[in-house]
Design a protein around this ligand. Structure first.
Ligand SMILES: Cc1cc2nc3c(=O)[nH]c(=O)nc-3n(C[C@H](O)[C@H](O)[C@H](O)COP(=O)(O)O)c2cc1C
Length: 220
């Protein structure tokens, strides 16, 4: 039986990201944000929602720029720390010994240890209630080439990304499928061409079908 709960946020799991900011005073800060998401493919846009009482809010409001740094298993402690300590009281960068890399298009430090850094420019600030949503355009993206494979695919899973689900951080341990796999025809193994007796299969007898064209990964 299902229980009925009062309205609340139960859209989980979520990405949990480290958002870096630089205030007008030049001070770099990091804030952990789970209320974040992709909102548009073209132009590429995302949103983060931040409470006005956060120290980071002022920098976001004043400068209209920030960087979203993706988090990993190796960064999980830092991610939690940046979500429970304020830049008002301490320099979280210094405390966590994170590597600063200057972003290209926005005057903000990026987390060097993060596999992906997304430079953002705010296009709208919208007061929603408890949180203020910053709707932002993605202006530049950095990906760590350690996670590129020989075919040029960016294997983010190799960086061990994490998610946040109802108060708990998890990693993504198991691959369950790939985009479009539910409608993909099973691939029939081709005979080994090197073997002398390898014959082209007779499709009328064996039911061999030419594998369908690969389904292209589309963007939503
Ligand atoms: C997992 C996690 C997710 C969080 N998500 C948000 C969020 O989406 N928006 C927000 O305003 N605060 C969020 N917080 C709280 C802030 O990260 C926290 O208050 C932080 O200390 C603010 O830092 P600052 O004062 O340096 O800006 C989250 C904290 C944690 C631990």
């Amino acid at each position: 039986m299902k229980q009925t709960w009062k309205p609340g946020n139960m859209l989980y799991p979520l990405p949990v990201v480290l958002v870096s900011t630089r205030g007008l005073d030049g001070k770099d800060n990091l804030i952990t944000v789970a209320w974040a998401g992709t909102v548009c493919t073209n132009p590429p846009m995302l949103s983060i929602s931040v409470k006005k009482i956060r120290y980071s809010y002022q920098a976001l409001h004043d400068t209209g720029v920030f960087v979203v740094n993706l988090t990993t298993k190796a960064l999980v402690k830092a991610t939690d720390y940046c979500g429970v300590r304020s830049g008002r009281d301490e320099d979280k960068w210094e405390r966590l010994k994170l590597t600063k890399e200057e972003a290209d298009l926005v005057p903000v430090s990026m987390v060097g240890e993060s596999p992906v850094n997304i430079e953002c420019r705010v296009v709208e600030e919208k007061e929603l209630g408890s949180h203020v949503m910053f709707l932002a355009e993605v202006v530049n993206v950095h990906v760590d080439d350690r996670y590129m494979d020989e075919k040029g695919r960016f294997c983010l899973e190799k960086a061990e990304p994490i998610v946040y689900s109802h108060g708990v951080y998890f990693n993504l341990d198991q691959k369950l499928g790939t985009f479009g796999y539910s409608v993909k025809k099973p691939e029939v193994k081709k005979p080994d061409a090197k073997k002398p007796d390898a014959k082209k299969p007779d499709s009328s007898k064996s039911g061999y079908k030419k594998p369908r064209k690969k389904i292209r990964k589309t963007q939503f």
